[in-house]
Design a protein around this ligand. Structure first.
Ligand SMILES: [Zn+2]
Length: 241
């Protein structure tokens, strides 16, 4: 795997403090154990997409939980990010193992899952060769300061649309639907999706059902979908349907 290593020092993508950057796991190491339970292996193919018309740009067969990105400071990594990780470990582990059979109902756990998905998307866009970084500083700063995804972000959980893959997608969205970004993270039996808007309101999407199962919106609280186009979902072939 060819990788251009970022410099070991720079601004933290969340708090902006300039200094040494920690190697943050794209997925925490504990997820590998859960993936082994679910898949019989901690290994699964994974890929990264970019560009407005998503195409596969990277594919690995390494366990994704070993992949690190150098983009966060010591304090962020060992304080709020560690705390967030500890809070999502049980509910996310359950979703990874059992899919949508067990959907966390509490506001705080849904907020944490959405914040975790957003955090992971923000770290994911720092991977080498990903040159589209739609999650801007204001949005990252909002997460750092409040522990919540920024305004106009919608997050949902669905069955994984591509069971053979762990998928991290960073993509700008195209007209006529408006401007924003989507990041979908397939993990175990589920897919966590984050849909952000560059506009002053959430973009008028609603996610499609996957494998005949309706997605469950976990953020914002009490979200209501408007009549809207459906969000495209990546398929095994890497194309959209
Ligand atoms: Zn920081």
């Amino acid at each position: 795997m060819k990788a251009t290593k970022p410099p070991p020092t720079g601004p933290c993508i969340f708090c902006e403090v300039i200094g040494p950057l920690e190697g943050e796991h794209l997925l925490p190491a504990w997820t590998r154990g859960v993936l082994e339970e679910v898949l019989g292996s901690g290994y699964r193919r994974h890929r990264v997409f970019k560009t407005e018309n998503p195409r596969e740009m990277r594919r690995w067969h390494n366990p994704i939980a070993t992949h690190k990105v150098h983009c966060v400071c010591y304090d962020c990594n060992h304080r709020w990010m560690k705390s967030l990780e500890e809070r999502v470990k049980v509910p996310l582990g359950n979703l990874m193992r059992h899919g949508l059979q067990i959907i966390p109902a509490g506001d705080s756990v849904r907020r944490d899952l959405a914040a975790w998905a957003f955090k992971t998307a923000a770290v994911g866009q720092e991977m080498p060769d990903v040159d589209i970084k739609p999650i801007g500083l204001d949005a990252r700063r909002h997460l750092y300061r409040t522990g919540e995804p920024p305004p106009n972000v919608v997050a949902w959980v669905s069955p994984t649309p591509a069971p053979a893959f762990d998928v991290v997608i960073q993509s700008g969205l195209v007209e006529p639907f408006g401007h924003g970004y989507v990041s979908q993270l397939a993990i175990g039996r589920i897919c966590l999706s984050v849909f952000g808007s560059f506009a002053s309101s959430p973009l008028p999407y609603r996610p499609v059902s996957v494998l005949a199962v309706d997605p469950v919106v976990i953020w914002p609280r009490h979200a209501v979908w408007s009549q809207s186009p459906t969000l495209l979902v990546p398929t095994e072939s890497g194309r959209l349907k």
